[in-house]
Write a protein that binds this ligand. Sequence first.
Ligand SMILES: [Zn+2]
Ligand SMILES: [Zn+2]
Ligand SMILES: [Zn+2]
Length: 119
Amino acid sequence: MKKTRQFVICIIVITLITLSTITAYAAMCSHEWKYWEVLDVVSEYEYIDSGICYETTTMYVECKICGTNDGLMSYSILSHDWIRENLGHISGTNTHRFSNTCSQCGYSFNTDEFCSTQH
Ligand SMILES: [Zn+2]
Ligand SMILES: [Zn+2]
Ligand SMILES: [Zn+2]
């Protein structure tokens, strides 16, 4: 029983040493910008209101010297990028339906507009 406990403590000590070695090594590295390699850039969009599309961009970088990974986030307020799709004439009325979908956040709504053309 006593032996097992000592063994566990031993593992904890080894883990601590390993962690502090990694930290010390990373701390020694200056992570200068020229050593950062961009692995991926991910943009996410969120609907705020009819005029605001909120963009969160995460740039995943890795230091080529020490292998430290980091994510740099930036935020921007954009307008929605509406894509209009013709849904056709609403029969029996003089309106024509369009769908408007933001290519960024995916928000979508329909508009019925006056249409004088006979289809
Ligand atoms: Zn580094
Ligand atoms: Zn949007
Ligand atoms: Zn129409």
